[in-house]
Ligand binder design. Structure first.
Ligand SMILES: Nc1nc2c(c(=O)[nH]1)N[C@H]1C(S)=C(S)[C@@H](COP(=O)(O)O)O[C@H]1N2
Ligand SMILES: [Mo]
Length: 238
């Protein structure tokens, strides 16, 4: 069942609740202000307020109904065989220019608020599919990691060697998920289990499967993405 927050803000209480799994006591920044806690008029505006304003300024893309899901239409598109990942020992690392780097198990991720959405996946190779995805908002993870001022990009490393980079705004979009569920069931291995990106605002090749690391950075690396480095456009917006 999905727990959808009444608004997109994360309260101090929620952060502290979730911080149990992150082993974290690092959720307070130097100003004593958490992501999601609105405190205007602070001369040294915490960067997390910038993050929050980015999130709340982004309008959600209209979603489809469950009846419109096209279970057969989502084609497997992988550049190599699916990597072997044991979901029990799997950890997602959140690293880079953050005050609170984290390593999260699948259970810990599944204990976070769950967001479900029915959106269209679009591959540049000429096919599309309406799919339901369930998972955690990437914005929630990035908020917990407490990004440092100046971050602009998010990198994703995958277990098959795939890699991707996204702009921060798209990464914080309310419908950008790290999904562990597809069409109401556990995410199949070929679709990226245990964890993959899913968002209605980017083309298929931006949506990394088998994600193992989320890295928050202030600069783009020379390697921008697996397909981008072979000539595909970087932004990949829909
Ligand atoms: N790790 C990884 N992620 C990936 C790919 C891949 O080869 N490896 N292919 C991309 C492409 S081009 C598309 S269209 C989608 C396809 O997702 P699906 O196989 O679940 O349909 O995954 C994207 N993410
Ligand atoms: Mo694709």
């Amino acid at each position: 069942m999905s727990l959808i927050l009444p608004n997109r803000r994360i309260s101090r209480r929620q952060l502290l609740q979730w911080s149990g799994f992150a082993g974290g006591s690092l959720l307070l920044n130097s100003c004593g202000s958490n992501f999601g806690v609105t405190e205007v008029g602070n001369a040294t505006e915490p960067f997390n307020q910038v993050v929050q304003s980015l999130i709340t300024s982004q309008r959600p893309v209209p979603e489809f109904s469950a009846r419109q899901i096209e279970p057969e239409a989502l084609l497997i598109n992988s550049f190599t065989d699916a990597p072997v990942i044991d979901p029990k020992t799997f950890r997602l690392s959140v690293t880079g220019e953050v005050n609170n780097p984290m390593q999260l198990s699948l259970t810990e991720l599944q204990n976070m608020p769950k967001r479900s959405m029915v959106i269209r996946h679009v591959c540049v190779e000429g096919w599309a599919a309406v799919v339901q995805w369930g998972g955690v908002r990437l914005a929630d993870l990035i908020a917990l990691a407490q990004p440092k001022p100046g971050v602009k990009y998010v990198y994703f490393k995958s277990a098959d060697g795939y890699y991707e980079s996204w702009d921060l705004a798209a990464s914080l979009h309310p419908q950008t998920l790290l999904a562990y569920e597809k069409n109401g069931e556990a995410l199949p291995v070929d679709n990226g289990a245990p964890l993959r990106l899913a968002a209605p605002i980017k083309l298929g090749y931006k949506q990394s499967k088998w994600v193992t690391e989320v890295m928050v950075l202030s600069q783009l690396l020379p390697e921008k993405g697996y397909w981008e480095d072979q000539g595909y456009e970087w932004f990949g917006g829909l």
